[in-house]
Ligand binder design. Structure first.
Ligand code: MLT
Length: 211
């Protein structure tokens, strides 16, 4: 069931394994808080799932921030929305007694996760960015030393040029993140290879985390 809290309609599933890292699910344009629940369960079985709905509407389609055109972002809005989402996550951690989550974002959701990593570096413990692109032309000089990030790009993605995803990987590495950038034989849509990669990545973080 969805619930409204700290400005975000969201779903929360407390999961079954307290030792698994919580997952912040961030859907793509036109999705909602229900969209990625099955993906979250497949990627991180047993983890708590926190799944907000993007508060911006574009022709009725929920998003996490405004854009001026396909791939052209309203960066002032993005900055404000990334702060609001970070504040929601911080409040939700208190409410549900959660560790810092790993973001699992697709497309628009991956883009705001990348923005949060660079703008509010303490909010996420890691991120899986599926079909992400550079959120800020000139990102803030954050330190995200050692934060694990998986970027999964599609070699035939018509929305995210390969050079753009490579630039995002470079920006995150410059800020200290430990980035694994994979390029899959796929378009913008997700494939089973994304699920497998993301699951292995999250499992590896859970194994390394202190009990
Ligand atoms: C975005 O607007 O975040 C990207 O263009 C991806 C999308 O949502 O289509």
């Amino acid at each position: 069931m969805s619930d409204s809290f700290a400005g975000f309609l969201h779903r929360f599933d407390k999961g079954s394994a307290a030792s698994s890292p919580p997952i912040l699910l961030l859907h793509g344009t036109g999705g909602d808080e229900n969209d990625l629940i099955d993906l979250g369960r497949a990627v991180a079985p047993g983890s708590a799932l926190l799944s907000p709905r993007g508060p911006v509407l574009e022709h009725g389609m929920p998003r996490f921030f405004r854009r001026l055109a396909e791939g052209v972002f309203d960066e002032a809005d993005l900055k404000q929305r990334a702060d609001a989402l970070a504040d929601f996550v911080t409040a939700a951690r208190q409410r549900y007694a959660l560790e810092a989550p790993i973001a699992l974002g697709f497309s628009n959701g991956a883009n705001i996760a990348a923005a949060m990593l660079m703008q509010r570096p303490d909010v996420l413990s890691g991120a899986v960015l599926l079909r992400a692109m550079v959120p800020f032309a000139e990102p803030p000089a954050a330190s995200i030393q050692g934060t694990p990030v998986l970027i999964a790009s599609g070699a035939q993605d018509p929305i995210v040029p390969a050079s753009n995803a490579a630039q995002l990987a470079a920006q995150l590495r410059e800020r200290g993140a430990s980035v694994d950038h994979r390029i899959l034989p796929a378009g913008h849509a997700l494939t089973q290879a994304d699920v497998n990669l993301a699951a292995a990545f999250v499992k590896n973080i859970a194994v390394k985390a202190p009990a």
